[in-house]
Design a protein around this ligand. Structure first.
Ligand code: URA
Length: 435
């Protein structure tokens, strides 16, 4: 087989066989196909797309390109979740202990902050002492002992994704449906769970900005994922404004703790319960979405999920005193308020801008490998629909990188659109996609 022939085939819109797709992925991971040919292939896929059969072969080849996590020796139903990335999306820190409290095994492999979106690993590590770089043996032992784990995605799991993602990032080929499908699903399939719920974010702060795009991605993910022997379901959820009221690592931990204690922002609680309910339905434990949500809500309100979170933090070396008394979590030395320029109602609040501002303040990275500041971020005092008064604070900046304060302040101020009348209430869960 010659790569140039396969590039030409895709360029001309001719479907590739399973064997050809597997060959491309394998040879690229083995460094036998150079980046310039792979880049040309990715661009051909970007313009020509892939048929469903091709996506199935591509995803399977990526999932099999490295090690897989084998959870089969652990008793119980193994569940997993993936979010396509958002701002203030602290769902994983709540959902993992919640599913653990419900009796499921959830060994979640997560990533770090990417662009304007936060990363679960950076958030979890904001708790002093928490260790997320776990070996496969440690992941399995902890899952067996307490049912829950949050560990960093190691690069030996679906290595094709890491290589391809880096190349896509610099060749303008990230927003391609088949490439996103392969990237997301290969990691989930290699992660070892039986039942997986996907949270496809939609809106200004998400990868998929429009509802038709997000729904098509969610439907394709579920169809292709189910053909690969796992059971998937997906929600499309709104990401026009940030979820909750915090964007930043320790700030989001603080917010997750509130939800785990039966309090906290309603939208974060609702998305978490909706995703958890999908898992109970997939598992056949409940037939009805409302009952599934109620069951999980009781675990939040009773403190059972909170106790599982404390167990999780302790198992990974975290300082339990810092989660029991969240005021002991890392705090910024400098907090700057962003005043409302006029009185009225918040009509829009750009999640993308808030995410970018949190990143500038130190919650994210501007260069690969840069350390994040666990205390930095943006705290929102007003969200869409809230009434605000001129001169009163709309948000607080928790400053890590002082030299970026002015830029972050301007971004946060421009993220708010204020008008004279309250806007119509938007939906949070935009669609449920089932098998
Ligand atoms: N998230 C991923 O993991 N991969 C993509 O390609 C896009 C979002």
């Amino acid at each position: 087989m010659r790569m140039v022939d396969l590039i030409e085939k895709k360029r001309d819109g001719i479907r590739l066989t399973e064997e050809e797709i597997r060959w491309i992925v394998e040879k690229y991971v083995d460094q036998e196909i150079p980046d310039y040919q792979m880049a040309a292939f990715l661009m051909a896929v970007y313009f020509r797309g892939m048929a469903e059969e091709e996506m199935v072969a591509f995803t399977a080849a990526m999932a099999e390109s490295g090690e897989t996590v084998d959870l089969s020796s652990i008793p119980g139903i193994k569940v997993d979740k993936h979010s396509s990335g958002g701002v203030g999306d602290t769902v994983t820190l709540v959902l993992v202990p919640l599913m653990g409290a419900a009796g499921y095994v959830m060994a979640k492999l997560s990533g770090r902050a990417l662009g304007h979106t936060g990363g679960t690993i950076d958030k979890f590590e904001a708790i002093p002492g928490v260790r997320t770089e776990l070996s496969r043996e440690e992941i399995l032992a902890q899952a067996r002992k307490i049912g829950v784990v949050i560990a960093e995605h190691t690069h030996d799991i679906a290595p094709a994704d890491k290589l391809l993602y880096e190349l896509r990032d610099v060749t303008g080929t990230v927003p391609s449906l088949p490439l996103i499908v392969g990237s997301i699903l290969s990691k989930k399939i290699a992660g070892g769970a039986d039942l997986i719920v996907l949270d496809v974010k939609c809106g200004d702060g998400a990868f998929m900005r429009t509802f038709p795009e997000a729904r098509e991605l969610a439907e394709t993910l579920v169809r292709v994922g189910n053909r690969l022997g796992k059971r998937f379901s997906a929600l499309v959820t709104a990401m026009d404004q940030p979820l909750g009221r915090m964007a930043g690592n320790a700030l989001e931990v603080q917010q997750a703790i509130e939800v785990l204690r039966g309090e906290g922002p309603e939208d974060l609680r609702d998305v978490t319960l909706a995703l958890g309910a999908e898992l109970l339905l997939l598992a056949g434990e409940e037939q009805n979405e409302g009952n599934a949500k109620e069951k999980l809500a009781r675990l939040l309100d009773s403190g059972a999920a909170w106790e599982k979170f404390v167990e999780l933090v302790a198992a990974q070396g975290g300082d339990v005193a810092c989660v029991e008394e969240p005021e002991r979590l890392p705090r910024a030395e400098e907090v700057v308020e962003v005043p409302a320029p006029r009185s009225g109602y918040v009509l829009k609040l750009s999640a993308r801008k808030i995410g970018q501002a949190a990143g500038l303040l130190g919650a994210g990275r501007e260069r690969k490998g840069q350390a994040v500041d666990p205390a930095a971020g943006v705290e929102l005092l007003a969200k869409v629909g809230d009434e605000v008064v001129e001169g009163e604070p709309l948000a607080r900046l928790h400053v890590g990188r002082k030299e970026r304060t002015a830029e972050a302040l301007a971004l946060v101020a421009s993220a708010f659109e204020i008008g004279p009348k309250p806007p119509p209430k938007g939906e949070l869960i935009l669609a449920r996609i089932k098998e």
